[in-house]
Write a protein that binds this ligand. Structure first.
Ligand code: HEC
Length: 127
């Protein structure tokens, strides 16, 4: 009789373990991952930056010849004036805001593309 109870309670433990496992898995399956809405300009800007020579001097997280894109994003808010000034700077080049080393001018980049690139750069703040 004693053995019967031991077997019975063992069975219960096995069953309840099984139930627990199911219970643990369920919420994980139901959890919705919120994907932030990506501005299409930001994505396009990333492509433009990758296709141009930007990454020879800039990295997202480390300073290279130029400042890291994260520190640029930390420094500026994406206001229309800032988009205007920074896209001009990409086209015309220049130094003085981050040090004595100048950024080379990019006259082949259109104002529109430069603005799109700046939107991408400034989106990197929270990464
Ligand atoms: C030859 C190296 C070089 C290349 C290539 C380059 N940069 Fe720069 N970039 C720099 C340097 C150096 C600075 C810092 C200039 C300063 O101190 O004002 C800078 C600054 C910047 C800034 C901040 C400007 C400011 O006034 O704060 C942005 C935005 C930027 N670069 C984007 C780009 C993009 C986009 C490209 C590609 C089209 C690019 N850079 C290509 C060297 C480079």
């Amino acid at each position: 009789m004693k053995k019967f109870f031991i077997i019975l309670s063992f069975g219960c433990i096995v069953i309840s373990c099984g139930e627990n496992k199911d219970a643990k898995q369920e919420p994980a399956q139901e959890t919705k991952i919120e994907t932030p809405t990506v501005d299409p300009d930001v994505e396009k800007g990333g492509d433009l930056v990758a296709k141009s020579d930007c990454l020879t001097c800039h990295r997202v997280a480390e300073k290279l010849v130029g400042p890291s894109y994260q520190s640029v994003a930390q420094r500026y808010q994406a206001t229309p004036e800032v988009l205007d000034t920074l896209s001009d700077k990409i086209i015309k080049g220049g130094a003085g805001r981050w040090g004595a080393v100048p950024m080379t001018p990019h006259p082949q980049v259109s104002k529109e593309d430069a603005t799109t690139m700046v939107k991408y750069v400034l989106s990197l703040k929270n990464q």
